[in-house]
Design a protein around this ligand. Structure first.
Ligand code: APR
Length: 244
């Protein structure tokens, strides 16, 4: 892996515009379970029931309790060394942006400023009837699905569920970056979910160098990855940043 690590560091050093695409794997060492693979949430909780808008409308109580419990876990989690490594690359002027699929806001907590939240985040609730939003104030939420303070309609967590649209500004900015960047650092994603997974593919089509940090190979490893850094991101990324 040291050859891949050196090639990755060289690519970042020489990059005009490097970006990162991160997934749940970057937060595993912060104590947040991934969705797929070892310990994946979807092995126990089928995503069509727990992470789709149809599933939420079919059984708001059950789905709300699942996300409330996960949000309470998030409360105690801190950024991993991998989050800090990306923040350090940004402050050294070596990383333009982090495009994240995660809703845990650990990139911001680690000090990354330019974070594109491709799947939104859990910091607000949104009304499905009138569109009103309000902060997700965990202290004043309980097991009952939240009701709208304006129209008493059913509210949902502010992040994107399967069957919902990606926030337009995130979609446009991520696609723009994918076309102009010359390095993508892909960290902790199973490359299963589109359109987020199209970022490295678009970048590759524009001749970008693709670095992948994961504990195991993914769909990208054979097809788009130029340097595969095997191992936990919390160990690999700090070493990569040191070399850069
Ligand atoms: N370091 C690096 N990678 C890791 C680590 C680690 N310590 N632990 C796990 N991984 C890898 C796994 O091997 C897997 O490839 O992280 C990836 C996690 O994949 P998923 O759980 O599928 O997460 P993600 O790719 O972000 O899922 C995309 O799917 O369910 C939806 O909206 C949800 O944003 C999510 C999207």
């Amino acid at each position: 892996m040291s050859d891949a690590l050196h090639r990755a560091a060289e690519a970042i050093r020489g990059a005009r515009c490097a970006i990162a695409l991160t997934g749940a794997g970057i937060s595993v060492e912060s104590g947040i379970p991934p969705f797929r693979g070892k310990g994946g949430l979807w092995l126990k909780y089928p995503p069509e029931e727990y992470a789709s808008i149809d599933g939420y409308l079919r059984n708001p109580g059950k789905v709300w309790r699942f996300w409330l419990e996960l949000a309470q876990t998030l409360g105690g989690c801190r950024p991993s060394p991998a989050h800090y490594a990306l923040a350090e690359l940004e402050s050294a002027g070596r990383l333009e942006a982090v495009i994240t699929q995660n809703v845990d806001r650990l990139h911001q907590e680690a000090g990354s400023n330019n974070v594109i939240e491709f799947h939104g985040n859990f910091s607000r609730l949104a009304c499905l009837d009138c569109g009103a939003t309000r902060p997700t104030d965990l202290e004043h939420l309980d097991e009952r699905p939240p009701r709208c303070h304006v129209c008493s309609g059913l509210m949902k967590p502010g992040f994107v569920m399967f069957g919902e649209m990606i926030p337009t500004d995130a979609l446009i900015e991520a696609d723009r970056l994918a076309q102009v960047c010359d390095v993508v650092l892909v960290v902790g994603t199973s490359a299963n979910v589109f359109p987020a997974a199209s970022v490295p593919i678009t970048a590759k089509r524009h001749r970008a160098f693709i670095i992948e940090s994961n504990i195991e190979p993914t769909e990208f490893t054979e097809s788009v990855t130029d340097a595969f850094l095997e191992g936990p991101a919390g160990e690999v990324l700090p070493r990569l940043v040191e070399l850069v």
